[in-house]
Design a protein around this ligand. Structure first.
Ligand code: SAH
Ligand code: SF4
Length: 348
């Protein structure tokens, strides 16, 4: 990457202005955008663009790319997991999943993460840098191009904490939903956060109509603080109040993510306490048997525990389901593919 203009982070109006200011016709902006949408990685691929414009773009701009470094395909379903190399030489992971309603993609928002959740492979590998809006788009475009599909749903649940990269993420959300870009409906986008409370209020104020998922993973602060350092800054009461506000302001239901960790947060008492805390909140709880990450010592709850936990929540009026696992053979939880890749490289 260099100090030139990140062309894929420009809105339509900005691109038009940039080109006309430099003596090119406004209609060229749409042509350039169409090529970018197709996922081209060089200006030379833009066939109907005159050579003076191509030269100008080459000297003044760069195209953010996500190169496929590694690709894993599930043997059981259509899930594909990518390890992308970015222009700075860093790696991020993304997953493409097939559902009845179309293709869904889970993308990364940061290289690593500062939040340090103890069960998470990404959290364990530390933080390198924020992704730009165009690098978030590039992951989707690269997968669409590679698989010849159209992604219709996006979840910001890969590596990184989206609300810790607020401005770039909001820019991405505005771009990805715009007609000139990938035109994915805001209601088909879900942002997952570990619970950075002030940013949840800020996001709500934007009224973007995206879905909010909050990683709760505990029924009380005591347990939450053991696995999620962010809970020390923002206690659960504060977090749940922010979730209520999100619903009141946007009308969008909040989803809670809850990784069931054997012996840590999965007892019947834990379920009862959680049910009490969530009473009256228009929400859905996604229960996820925790993915074991090397070095954490955490194991997933057995099927009986999962069922009992789900039943207690449902009976008390809180919608809860155990998340269907897609690509179980390749679903080393996000962050693990990168860790293995880097470890293998270092071993060589
Ligand atoms: N930083 C955001 C989004 C990325 S993490 C967040 O924390 O919400 C995406 C989801 O994966 C979160 O719900 C996170 O808690 C969960 N997760 C991380 N490691 C996991 C593991 N080992 N098993 C199950 N879920 C995990
Ligand atoms: Fe970061 Fe989310 Fe992993 Fe926590 S779970 S370390 S917030 S990516």
């Amino acid at each position: 990457m260099n100090s030139s203009v990140d062309i894929k982070s420009l809105t339509s109006a900005e691109l038009k202005e940039f080109l006309t200011e430099n003596g090119f016709k406004a209609f060229r902006a749409k042509q350039v955008e169409d090529w970018l949408k197709k996922g081209v990685t060089t200006f030379d691929e833009m066939k109907n663009i005159p050579s003076d414009l191509k030269e100008f773009l080459k000297t003044r701009c760069y195209i953010s790319v996500a190169y496929i470094e590694k690709k894993l395909k599930s043997r059981y379903d259509k899930t594909v997991k990518y390890l992308f190399a970015l222009s700075g030489g860093e790696y991020v992971e993304s997953v493409v999943m097939s559902y009845k309603h179309g293709w869904s993609m889970c993308i990364s928002t940061q290289v690593g993460c500062k939040m340090g959740c103890t069960f998470c492979a990404t959290g364990k590998s530390g933080f390198s840098r924020d992704l730009t809006a165009s690098e978030m788009l590039a992951q989707i475009e690269a997968a669409q191009r590679d698989l010849d599909i159209r992604i219709s749903n996006v979840v910001l649940m890969g590596m990184g904490e989206p609300l810790d990269n607020f401005d770039n993420v909001v820019k991405f959300l505005n771009l990805v939903t715009s007609q000139q870009s990938l035109n994915i409906g805001a209601r088909h986008i879900t942002l997952s956060t570990c619970g950075i409370v002030p940013k949840i209020y800020e996001l709500a104020k934007l009224k973007l109509q995206i879905n909010l998922a909050v990683s709760l993973h505990a029924p009380n602060d005591e347990i939450r603080r053991q696995t999620m350092p962010v809970a020390k800054a923002y206690p659960m009461d504060m977090l749940l109040k922010a979730c209520r506000d999100y619903f009141d302001t946007t009308g969008r239901r909040v989803t809670f993510e809850y990784a069931l960790i054997s012996g840590v947060n999965d007892s019947d008492e834990n379920a009862q306490e959680l049910a009490k805390k969530l009473k009256g909140l228009n929400c859905h709880v996604n229960l996820i048997p925790v993915n074991s990450v090397e070095g954490t010592g955490y194991n997933k709850s057995d099927i009986k525990r999962q069922q009992s936990f789900t039943d207690i929540l449902t009976k008390s009026g809180t919608a809860a389901t155990v998340r269907r696992t897609l690509g179980s053979d390749i679903n080393a939880s996000c962050g693990q593919l990168k860790r293995n890749h880097i470890n293998n490289k270092e071993d060589k």
